[in-house]
Design a binder for this molecule. Structure first.
Ligand code: F6R
Length: 241
């Protein structure tokens, strides 16, 4: 894969961040009602899912969803990314179970289950739109620094900074040591990618992703190898405040 272009960066006011991203998703579903949406969890997409669900003009009845990542061993527990996504989007949008590609999390048979995830996604034709958040250390999904740019979906050890960042969700429980993530190679096969970035604390990471060397030190930098990436940043993340 060649480096084709610098991503387009759309800078918005923080109060329009969610609605702007929601419009991109709505546009994808208007053109292709059974589009495959690759969806992340986390703080960043909260206003995006809220804005999307608040719209009356989006038809989710044929939309398909591929989860981006999960904690290893999370199963159906309330703390799982699956339950997070259910409560923030899937349930309200009434996405039927057969239209949800869950990230496997059972440690038993996880290698085969990750390969099956990639096969199913390929059978669906890949993601039409992959939404991503940006980790403080440059991760996308759970692709931590040192992840190869052609990686498949797999189990990965979580970095100390990611485990710290996720501590608040685990309410006293120990944050798992491993995650399961869509590989960077798989992410790069999406037809379109939107990287969502908000808040001043992500500004330096975003700058590194956009202007630093392309490589495993900053996994988000690999997005510059894709020809249709939109970075949707609020002013603080874009360094304009
Ligand atoms: C979550 C995910 C992570 C987050 C990233 C940013 O499914 O894939 O890569 O997108 O850690 O997290 P927030 O949005 O909480 O700052």
């Amino acid at each position: 894969m060649m480096t084709l272009s610098t991503p387009t960066v759309q800078v918005v006011a923080p109060e329009t961040f969610g609605a702007t991203a929601a419009e991109h998703i709505a546009a994808t579903l208007r053109v292709k009602p059974d589009a495959v949406l690759g969806l992340p969890t986390g703080n960043t997409p909260v206003p995006v899912y809220a804005a999307l669900l608040a719209r009356r003009d989006v038809n989710f009845s044929r939309a398909r969803v591929a989860m981006l990542d999960e904690y290893l061993g999370a199963g159906d527990r309330p703390i799982s990314f699956y339950q997070w996504l259910r409560s923030h989007f899937l349930a309200a949008a009434a996405i039927a179970p057969e239209r949800i590609l869950r990230m496997p999390s059972d440690p038993e048979g996880i290698v085969a289950a990750c390969a099956a995830y990639d096969r199913q996604l390929e059978q669906w034709g890949g993601c039409d739109l992959q939404l991503l958040g940006l980790g403080l250390n440059g991760h996308i999904g759970f692709n931590e620094p040192s992840s190869p740019g052609d990686s498949a979906t797999r189990v990965v050890p979580l970095s100390a900074s990611t485990r710290d960042a996720n501590e608040e969700y685990w309410q006293g429980e120990e944050v798992p040591e491993f995650g399961v993530t869509t590989g960077i190679g798989v992410i790069l096969r999406a037809k379109r990618i939107i990287l969502l970035v908000n808040g001043a604390r992500k500004a330096a990471t975003l700058r590194q992703a956009l202007d630093g060397p392309i490589g495993p030190d900053c996994p988000a930098s690999f997005l510059r190898r894709h020809r249709d990436v939109l970075v949707l940043a609020d002013r603080a993340a874009a360094g304009q405040e």
